[in-house]
Design a protein. Structure first.
Ligand code: AMP
Ligand code: TRP
Length: 338
């Protein structure tokens, strides 16, 4: 299965399930903006069908879908450069996912660590959709023959499964139809950690709001959360080696690096020997400088939901233009009469 035979195309998505965090921004959105100008076609999706794998209040889902779209636009995703839409408007995602449900093996799904984490000991009671979710994610990507998928570290296993599904489909039907997708996991902040526990990922759904920075937090909240962020008593070291076994300290350095477009080494070089009393306020100031213009623009866009919906509708139309021929060809390969 060659990768090079396919036109380079980027696809990625975020679930509209609650507010967006600094993890979403640094691990995904900020890099998506950069990829718009790297000469590849870029397709970015608000994956509402993924969100409902756990219960979503309908009105809250509508609002969250618009808010994620607003965050994309406010962060610099330009609907004139990228295709920007919500998943449920392009029915091909669900249709291709069904075919992939019949290609993927139950044993593959059983290995997905995110499912195990989310379901916990409750595997009998979660939705069937949550279990099958990686197959829908493979459909999202392969419906566009996407070759590059920029995601945070936590999604690596799902992109690898996408390759397995593509390979098995190609092998079973003796075709070279779906590309081998590359996960693009680059930069210092591919795994932004919880501010109160540096061994856990920062997530939308963590219990306490103090664990995360939300993209819509105001300057006071950001300052307070960084001030109260857990650290250790040691000052910052002069090299990265000195951050080994200091997960909370490492996380704050990585966040600073991600926000300021520097490497963690550069940050350490600037702050070697500094105590938290100096570093934390500098970090808070930097975060406010980067996030405040985005949250301001998000609020402005959210006052004009009709405009957001129009962008999503146009994006969905463009998305369908790519997806429809791929789906038709897939149906032909499978042997469906149409
Ligand atoms: P989700 O919020 O689960 O829909 O995630 C959307 C995107 O944000 C995916 O590419 C994730 O890998 C990324 N992401 C979410 N949380 C983090 C985090 N704490 N650090 C880095 N990337 C993250
Ligand atoms: N599963 C991803 C997450 O939870 C979101 C997602 C759905 C996605 N479909 C995708 C990411 C396709 C990249 C490509 O973060």
């Amino acid at each position: 299965m060659s990768q090079t035979a396919f036109t380079p195309r980027v696809f990625s998505g975020i679930k509209p399930s609650g507010g967006l965090t600094l993890g979403n921004y640094l691990g995904a959105i900020k890099r998506w903006v950069a990829m718009q100008d790297e000469g590849m076609e870029t397709v970015y999706c608000v994956v509402d069908m993924h969100a409902i794998t756990v219960w979503q209040d309908p009105a809250a889902l509508t609002r969250a879908t618009r808010e994620v779209a607003a965050a994309f636009i406010a962060s610099g995703i330009d609907p004139a450069k990228s295709i920007l839409f919500n998943q449920s408007q392009v029915s091909g995602h669900a249709e291709l996912a069904w075919i992939f449900n019949c290609v993927a093996r139950v044993g593959w799904m059983n290995r997905m660590t995110q499912f195990k984490d989310k379901a916990g000991s409750n595997t009998e009671k979660v939705s069937l959709g949550l279990y099958a979710y990686p197959s829908l994610m493979a459909a999202d990507i392969l419906l566009y023959h996407a070759t590059h998928v920029p995601v945070g570290e936590d999604q690596k296993q799902h992109v690898e499964l996408t390759r397995d599904i593509a390979n098995k489909f190609n092998h079973d039907f003796k075709v070279d139809f779906f590309p081998e997708t590359i996960p693009v996991i680059e930069g210092p902040a591919m795994r932004v950690m919880n501010l109160r526990d540096g061994t856990k990922k920062m997530s939308k759904s963590g219990e306490s709001d103090m664990e995360r920075i939300n993209m819509t937090d105001d300057a006071d909240a950001i300052a307070k959360k960084f001030k109260k962020a857990r650290t250790d008593p040691e000052p910052l070291p002069s090299d990265l080696e000195g951050l080994k076994d200091r997960p909370e300290a490492r996380n704050l350095v990585d966040i600073y690096a991600g926000l300021s477009d520097q490497t963690p080494q550069q940050v350490i070089a600037e702050y070697a020997g500094a105590g938290w009393g100096r570093f934390k306020p500098a970090l808070a100031e930097l975060a406010v400088e980067k996030l405040a213009p985005i949250s301001g623009e998000m609020a402005r866009l959210m006052d004009q939901p009709g405009e957001i919906d129009a962008v999503l509708r146009r994006g969905a139309e463009q998305a369908r233009n790519i997806a429809e021929p791929v789906l038709k060809k897939t149906y032909d390969i499978v042997g469906f009469v149409r």
